[in-house]
Ligand binder design. Structure first.
Ligand code: ZN
Ligand code: ZN
Length: 368
């Protein structure tokens, strides 16, 4: 769990390719609900998305990795306890965002581990330390987990969160067993378009994404994937999770738009011929922002783990240049790890001299 000041450079080792090769093993053992995106055992995209062994091998043998530095400097921030109005999004790195709305602190796809893999010390290493020290996290009301990939569902981090910060995890169907094992007392597993209500009255809805699930070769697509819509007093927020391009952006925009804020992935997008079915890139992210009706968007899923062929700042640099040349460019922000975006935040509550977490004290201080 401890990340050294300068995270080491570790290239994508064979563990990284395990999930890719396992894309071809299409069987599962976990029961799922029957629906238009499930056959009762596994889930699938609507319309179906195929990734062939040939494509996986072609990518592996033709990789053109653009440069990353040895490590990325990060200035960790100590977040405020809560916001009394508006929305604050603090980027911890990759898809981990602390989303604060009045009366609620949510954490998306939390990953504090130094490496993301099936066993400790395996899988891709982080190049940038988390933008918030774990011990500096405020009270968390719920953890939102978009899917079961190791860079989004990190069991060591989830175990620590369940022990020290929150008893509630919200995730797609099929993930309940993993999350209960991680120690969460309350696990809400949702199908696409299903919702749950948080204690402060905010609603969290799981929405479709174009992606897949996999932790082991034998559990491919036995857990659903998705994004989340948070409907709060301060407006609606969309967190895309991992997703390829698709009509779901239009449908989510129609059902829930406009959004005050959309958290959209832009990285791990090259080469396009291979990645397009699972990860949008800058161009698709801009299109998504428009179709969702996002008043403001924030770029995530870049600059932390080296999962594809794009260079460390290739996605945000491309995004900025596309925006500069788009006469209808949406408000789409790029911030650094550890920085935050405020939308209508008027007042804050900060714990002075916060060195360790005391839930009783935090609850008291966070009370309106
Ligand atoms: Zn994924
Ligand atoms: Zn991802």
């Amino acid at each position: 769990m401890n990340v050294p000041d300068d995270a080491k450079t570790v290239d994508c080792k064979p563990m990284c390719t395990l999930p890719l090769l396992a894309l071809l093993t299409a069987y599962g053992s976990e029961k799922t609900t029957g629906s238009d995106h499930s056959d009762g055992k596994t889930f699938f995209n609507r319309p179906p998305v195929q990734v062939s062994l040939w494509q996986v091998l072609k990518w592996q043998f033709s990789r053109d990795r653009h440069p990353w530095p040895d490590s990325i400097p990060v200035k960790p921030t100590s977040p405020d306890l809560s916001v009394a109005s508006g929305i604050r999004a603090t980027w911890v790195g990759h898809a981990t965002v602390l989303v604060q709305t009045p009366g609620s602190n949510l954490l998306t796809d939390p990953v504090w581990s130094r490496r993301i893999g099936p066993w400790s010390g395996t899988g891709p290493a982080r190049f940038a330390r988390p933008g918030v020290e774990f011990t500096d996290l405020p009270r968390i009301d719920a953890v939102l987990v978009s899917h079961d990939h190791y860079d989004h569902l990190d069991l060591p981090t989830l175990k620590r969160l369940a022990k020290e910060r929150t008893d509630l995890a919200i995730a797609p169907l099929g993930t309940a067993e993993l999350l209960k094992k991680a120690g969460f007392a309350k696990v809400v597993a949702l199908d696409w378009w299903e919702s749950t209500i948080l204690p402060n009255g905010d609603t969290v809805t799981l929405v479709p994404a174009v992606h897949h699930g996999l932790r082991w070769p034998w559990d491919r697509n036995t857990r659903l994937w998705g994004g989340f819509v948070i409907s709060s007093k301060a407006g609606r927020i969309y967190f895309a999770g991992d997703t390829g391009e698709g009509a779901h952006f239009d449908e989510i925009g129609l059902r829930f738009g406009p959004f005050e804020l959309a958290l959209l992935p832009i990285g791990a997008y090259l080469p396009r011929w291979f990645m397009h079915s699972q990860h949008i890139g800058p161009q698709e992210a801009i299109s998504a922002a428009k179709r969702l009706g996002a008043k403001t968007s924030l770029a995530i899923h870049w600059g932390t783990f080296r999962l594809a062929d794009d260079g460390v700042r290739e996605a945000p640099d491309t995004l900025k240049s596309l925006l500069a040349n788009d006469p209808l460019a949406p408000d789409f922000r790029v911030i650094e790890i550890g920085e935050h975006l405020d939308l209508g935040v008027a007042s804050l509550k900060r714990e002075i001299g916060q060195t360790s977490f005391r839930s009783d004290r935090v609850k008291e201080m966070a009370a309106p």
